[in-house]
Design a protein around this ligand. Structure first.
Ligand SMILES: Cc1ncc(COP(=O)(O)O)c(C=O)c1O
Ligand SMILES: N[C@@H](CCCC[NH3+])C(=O)O
Length: 431
């Protein structure tokens, strides 16, 4: 199996994606341009799906629900759906995307703290697999809407296990002070009340403790807590059918060494197997996952062109045509993305801040990078497949970038570049 890095390699000093030279793509589609490798995407998904398959037994099954928020392009969803993925969504819009991509809404789990009445009705109408309920008030709302629609809603509570994921504070979600999930101490009482509601079918338990985790020990610690709660519920005759451990496994942006997905899954299934064989032999249980970044992150990059090189008070800037509106991770989290020249040059290198044209000092993509570049050169901002295009905005009335998918040498435009007229098409002048 290739590693992510092997999909994006230099051939004769030109950076390629699965053999397709990036300068050719830039010339054909313009920049900024998101470029994805279909093969990388599928390989990353199968790191989950194949390991899960190996650990399945007669009574332990699994479902990998790709986290749509990380990259929600219809082509990407369609590819993963055809490989057997379910989907983790956080809005009605994401549900409509899954359906528009030709995927099965009955393999959708719906997370998020603020589900509206309309979103809940839409999800019930499409018979989604499960709501990951994040508050008691949400549970009451789901019960009421399901009753009005004459349906029963399958639910699991997203519990907050108060485990430190040791990641960036902005992407840590399983601590007491975070807004996500219900406090662990309140879970039993919530489950007891839910099990008495006429239009609620209690099916599982869920958590998601944070993103870009390099080590799996916080996830295994969270699993211990979920198992403990499962036991307490079983003693009260509340029998759950699934455990959802969320997503969160990190990727290499620079020189991080995240736990390998098959290793993490093997440890997790071993723990579950031992516990289940000892306590609930033969009882069916599904294990669910919600990975995003570890599937899409290193399947894509952002291609950009240097517009100007300039020096202000001894500081060198490479001003490129991609900006914080295209990739906001650096300005939001001070995140590192490796920047590579598309065509290597031999000239002497200078240390640049790579910045965009947006009128904010925070508009930078990379800082203090040694690059040998000239104006008009193309640069690749690596590891941008997750939370890149998905978080892009139109700030400064900049149309969002185009997206292309490389599929074994074939190139497909999977999203057109937005035009300015489209950005103000919904606006009205008042006379
Ligand atoms: C509820 C939920 N599930 C899954 C994910 C996907 O996380 P990741 O991209 O880190 O795998 C997120 C984002 O952190 C999330 O909020
Ligand atoms: N947007 C974040 C991840 C957010 C995870 C959502 N729960 C990032 O780019 O790293």
């Amino acid at each position: 199996m290739k590693t992510a890095a092997q999909h994006f390699i230099y051939q004769n000093d030109v950076l390629t994606v699965d053999g397709v030279p990036l300068d050719k793509l830039a010339a054909q589609f313009g920049t900024p341009l998101y470029v994805y490798s279909k093969t990388a995407l599928i390989e990353h998904f199968h790191q989950y799906a194949d390991t899960c398959k190996r650990h399945e037994t007669d009574d332990i099954h699994s479902l990998v629900c790709y986290s749509v928020k990380s990259n929600s392009n219809l082509a990407i969803l369609n590819i993963l759906g055809r490989e057997g993925a379910g989907f983790d969504i956080v809005s009605g819009g994401e549900l409509l995307r899954v359906i528009a991509a030709g995927c099965d809404p009955r393999k959708v789990i719906f997370s998020g703290v603020g589900k509206t009445t309309e979103e809940i009705s839409l999800a019930l109408k499409h018979d989604i697999l499960c709501f990951n309920v994040e508050s008691f008030a949400e549970l009451q709302r789901i019960n009421r809407i399901a009753s009005e629609m004459g349906k029963k809603a399958r639910i699991s509570f997203r519990v907050n296990p108060d485990v430190d994921p040791k990641t960036h504070p902005y992407i840590s979600t399983g601590l007491k002070e975070n807004k996500f999930g219900i406090p662990f101490e309140e879970a039993l009482s919530c489950y007891e009340q839910a099990s008495k509601m006429t239009h609620i079918d209690v099916t599982g338990i869920d958590c998601h403790i944070g993103s870009q985790l390099l080590d799996d020990s916080p996830l295994l610690e969270a699993l211990d807590k979920l198992i403990g709660l499962y036991d307490q519920l079983a003693q009260r005759n509340i029998e759950l059918q699934h455990i959802d451990i969320g997503g969160g496994i990190g990727i290499t942006y620079d020189n991080e060494e995240p736990v390998a997905v098959p290793e993490y899954l093997s440890r997790l299934f071993r723990k579950i197997g031992e516990w289940k064989n000892a306590n609930y032999p033969g009882k069916p249980l599904a294990i669910m996952f919600e990975p995003g970044r570890s599937i899409s992150g290193n399947a894509g990059l952002l291609l950009t062109q240097v517009q100007y090189l300039k020096t202000n008070s001894d500081k060198h800037f490479a001003i490129v045509d991609a900006a914080m509106n295209d990739l906001m991770r650096p300005s939001l989290y001070e995140a590192w993305h490796t920047v590579l020249p598309v065509v290597k040059r031999n000239g002497s290198a200078l240390t640049y801040d790579v910045v965009g044209p947006v009128c904010e000092s925070g508009d930078w993509l990379a800082r203090q990078r040694k690059l040998s570049i000239e104006a008009d050169d193309y640069l690749a901002v690596m590891s941008a497949g997750a939370y890149g295009m998905a978080m892009a905005s139109n700030y400064n009335t900049r149309g969002r970038a185009a997206e292309v998918l490389v599929d074994n040498g074939q190139v497909h435009l999977i999203r057109q570049r937005e035009r300015a007229e489209e950005l103000y098409a919904l606006e009205t002048i008042v006379s």
